[in-house]
Design a protein around this ligand. Structure first.
Ligand code: FAD
Length: 411
């Protein structure tokens, strides 16, 4: 099949890589797929806070894409600049990629809500590059000033999980979470929020809610009403908006620049284009609401976008998207968490274990047995990073280029 007949997937995150794996399963080697991603690795975004706080090593949270994408399928490592829907091609920094069907799964970028100074002075946590930067800043700060002040702007999943992890890794740093809303962790049941607040406060994390940040300078954040809060490191975890490529390519978007889709995850203006993950805005037919930008939804959307793209190619009937909320979990440092699984509320170690099992499942889907073992080691509380590093060197494949040790990885 010539390249311009290929199904092309943009982004190798939760949605994009799931779409790739689903299509690879359906097609085998019978038709080439093309995966375009700006980096050479898939990273576990839901574990970036652990990496940033020094609890995980980079090789623990990344899978080299060369090991997942093998001929006849093609990996293009390049940055997508825009989609030229009229010409059915994707314009990247170093070339162009034609497509027959396109799955857009380019994730999100930080949302600064126009707060002056936030982008200049805040360190975001949305991708591997920002996590590396945050990790270096935390290490440097803890060494130079062990009792420095870390302000985390945003009390959603990202901010709360990061604050707990930083408090565990650097107990002398003074961590404060600030959120404009009435409480942290919107979307969680009140009793889970209360439990999370207790755990965070037990770790010495201060929580300020109902206080919007109105301005940021190099040393302090100004809160609504005029009070100021000094910081040595500001982490911006205030929210996300969709990757701007969607809007800038002229695809129809809604709030937060998320691409509009129909019930089948197709762009309403172009039936050759499907969207999935944080950059898409599918509606839950049961509630009539746009589904939240989470990894759980990204995986479900990626899978369905893949199936529908393939069905569309074969002229078959498409399947409508029906999101399934299986549970919602937050890790609160190394040994605790809160969450809900069906009707059950889980606290402490059990919640943390369930969250890690979900992550282990994803790691297995993407990286095979070696990555599953790594996650299971984490669940077992094998908390000594030096011991884990030594174990990883023995069991896991070399991060880039080298042969997998012991051949544990699936291709
Ligand atoms: C610290 C943290 C903790 C989180 N914890 C949870 C959690 O516990 N549970 C949960 O459900 N959700 C969680 N989330 C949210 C979840 O990670 C996201 O909703 C999910 O990653 C979205 O998947 P995606 O495939 O849309 O985007 P991503 O996983 O972000 O993937 C996007 C991909 O596109 C690539 N890309 C971006 N721009 C370009 C470009 N221009 N050209 C080429 N490639 C590009 C990126 O490199 C990346 O590979 C967390 C997020 C963070 C940051």
């Amino acid at each position: 099949m010539p390249d311009d007949d290929a199904i092309v997937i943009l982004g190798a995150g939760y949605a994009g890589l799931t779409a790739y794996l689903e299509l690879r399963r359906a097609l085998g080697r019978s038709a080439p797929l093309c995966l375009v991603n700006r980096g050479r690795t898939h990273y576990f975004t839901t574990e970036l806070h652990e990496f940033a706080a020094g609890e995980e090593e980079e090789a623990d949270i990344t899978v080299p894409l060369e090991r997942v994408v093998q001929p006849p399928h093609r990996l293009v490592v390049d940055r997508v600049l825009r989609i030229d829907a009229a010409a059915r091609r994707v314009v990247c920094e170093r070339g162009e990629v034609p497509y027959a069907r396109l799955i857009v799964a380019l994730g999100s970028i930080p949302e600064y809500y126009g707060v002056p100074g936030a982008k200049e002075h805040g360190v975001p946590l949305t991708d591997l590059r920002s996590a590396r930067r945050l990790r270096a800043r935390l290490e440097e700060l803890a060494e130079r000033r062990p009792d420095a002040r870390v302000v985390v702007a945003g009390g959603g999943l990202t901010g709360v999980q990061l604050a707990a992890e930083v408090a565990d890794s650097y107990p002398d740093l003074r961590v404060t979470v600030i959120d404009a809303g009435p409480h942290i962790m919107p979307g969680f049941e009140p009793e889970l929020v209360e439990a999370a607040v207790r755990v965070l406060e037990g770790k010495g994390v201060q929580i300020l809610t109902g206080r919007a940040i109105t301005e940021v300078d190099a040393h302090e954040v100004t809160l609504e009403g005029g009070a100021a809060r000094a910081y040595d490191l500001l982490v911006w975890a205030g929210g996300v908006r969709a990757n701007p490529v969607v809007r800038e390519s002229g695809l129809p978007v809604t709030r937060g620049d998320r691409g509009l889709v129909d019930a089948y995850l197709r762009c309403p203006d172009d039936e050759r284009i499907f969207l999935a993950g944080d950059c898409a805005a599918p509606t839950d037919p049961a509630s009539g609401r746009v589904v939240p930008p989470t990894a759980q939804m990204a995986v479900q959307e990626g899978r369905l976008a893949a199936r529908n793209a393939w069905r569309a190619e074969r002229g078959q009937e498409l399947e409508a998207f029906v999101p399934r909320q299986r549970g919602v979990f937050a890790s609160l440092g190394r040994r605790e968490g809160v969450g809900r699984w069906g009707r059950e509320s889980l606290y402490g170690m059990p919640a943390m274990v369930v969250k890690r099992l979900v992550e282990a499942h994803h790691a297995y889907d993407v990286g095979g047995l070696a990555y599953l073992l790594r996650r299971l080691a984490a669940i077992a509380g094998w908390g000594n990073p030096a011991r884990r590093r030594a174990w990883r060197r023995r069991v896991l494949p070399a991060p880039e280029g080298g042969r997998p040790a012991g051949g544990l990885l699936r291709s």
